[in-house]
Design a protein around this ligand. Structure first.
Ligand SMILES: NC(=O)c1ccc[n+]([C@@H]2O[C@H](COP(=O)([O-])OP(=O)(O)OC[C@H]3O[C@@H](n4cnc5c(N)ncnc54)[C@H](OP(=O)(O)O)[C@@H]3O)[C@@H](O)[C@H]2O)c1
Length: 313
């Protein structure tokens, strides 16, 4: 079938449950959903402050104890973005929090949705291109196997946890998200200061592939996943043109009108973030293609890095 024909099958989605709504992606997504006349309800970790919020405990055990199925009945869709930030030193406690917040949180939500009556038609669950690990120059699609390391392990367990919903007949999409570029923070926010001061440069050898995505396309991609029946399982959420880190950082410096002459060596990244986090977050190489999203007919607003950065900085 021609991709444009697939795109026409827009499914009705009105009431949407969203976890992690206060985060970088949620902050852009919720206003967009509201503009589209949808009614997002936030899943919050503290007490609910009104009818627009439902309280949950993502890490309660056994799964299901942290969220009653009756509380999540009657939604058309759920979008699951919650998880401890991966940025910071990966101490044993931080690694546990990164893993548990995702795996237990997904189990809790998926279990509640699976038993809800009526249950939603679709669950869009965040995952990450960290699933693939460090893969050199290999071109990675949703068909590619997972890699080795902490993040690939977490992503496998995270996606596995969402199968509780899939097994109950809820169409479940695991969005393998790349490096999100946003004016509101995230990785770009952290990189801007040194680059603005002319102190930026490639990280490590600079030969590693960075698969980035503009925040507008995350919002667009999530909406595509909500409305497109043919999308299920892993879906890469990255722009179609990944770049090597050296070219990425050169482009960022050029957009800011600054030089990019100060390479950031591995030991400096390891000092700032710890060796493991530096290797898996900044130095690992992932050349990822959004094969399923493009097949579904999605058209990226930002396919080229320069235009994406110019729109943000
Ligand atoms: N941004 C990226 O570049 C990127 C790349 C790949 C994958 N992802 C994934 O996409 C999802 C959303 O990303 P994001 O950038 O919007 O994340 P974010 O800004 O770090 O926000 C995540 C949200 O999760 C909730 N949260 C924080 N700590 C938690 C914990 N310990 N347990 C349970 N919930 C917790 C918070 O929402 P509440 O306070 O409202 O509960 C927080 O606002 C995350 O799972 C992330 O791993 C993001």
């Amino acid at each position: 079938m021609h991709p444009s024909k697939r795109q026409k099958a827009k499914l009705p989605v009105n009431r949407i449950l969203v976890s992690g709504a206060s985060g970088l992606i949620g902050g852009a997504l919720l206003p967009a959903l509201e503009r589209g006349s949808m009614e997002p309800v936030r899943l919050v970790r503290g007490p609910a402050r009104g009818p627009g919020e439902i309280s949950w405990n993502p890490s309660a055990e056994p799964p299901g104890a942290g969220l009653a199925s009756s509380a999540v009945a009657g939604f058309d869709a759920a979008i699951h973005l919650a998880g401890e930030s991966v940025v910071g030193r990966w101490t044993a406690a931080k690694k546990n929090a990164i893993r548990d917040s995702r795996v237990l949180g997904t189990r809790t939500l998926a279990t509640a949705l699976a038993h809800a009556d009526p249950k939603p038609k679709v669950l869009v669950c965040a995952s990450a291109i960290g699933f693939y690990g460090d893969r050199g120059d290999e071109v990675l699609t949703e068909e590619s196997a997972s890699g080795r390391g902490f993040l690939p392990e977490v992503c496998r367990e995270w996606e596995e946890a969402s199968r509780i919903a899939a097994a109950a007949g809820i169409r479940t999409v695991n969005l393998r998200i790349g490096l999100v570029l946003s004016a509101s923070g995230g990785a770009l926010g952290k990189m801007l200061m040194p680059f603005k001061l002319g102190l930026g440069g490639r990280m490590g050898s600079g030969g590693q592939w960075w698969s980035w995505v503009h925040i507008n396309d995350i919002v667009g991609g999530i909406e595509q996943a909500l409305h497109t029946e043919s999308l299920a399982g892993p879906v890469n959420m990255v722009a179609p043109n990944p770049l090597r880190n050296a070219e990425f950082t050169r482009t960022l410096a050029s957009v800011l009108g600054r030089p990019a002459i100060f390479p950031v060596p591995r030991f400096a990244l390891a000092l700032a973030f710890g060796k493991l986090a530096a290797d898996e977050l900044f130095l690992s190489s992932q050349q990822v293609k959004p094969a399923k999203l493009q097949m579904s007919g999605y058209r990226f607003q930002f396919g080229e890095l320069r235009a994406a950065l110019e729109s943000l900085v």
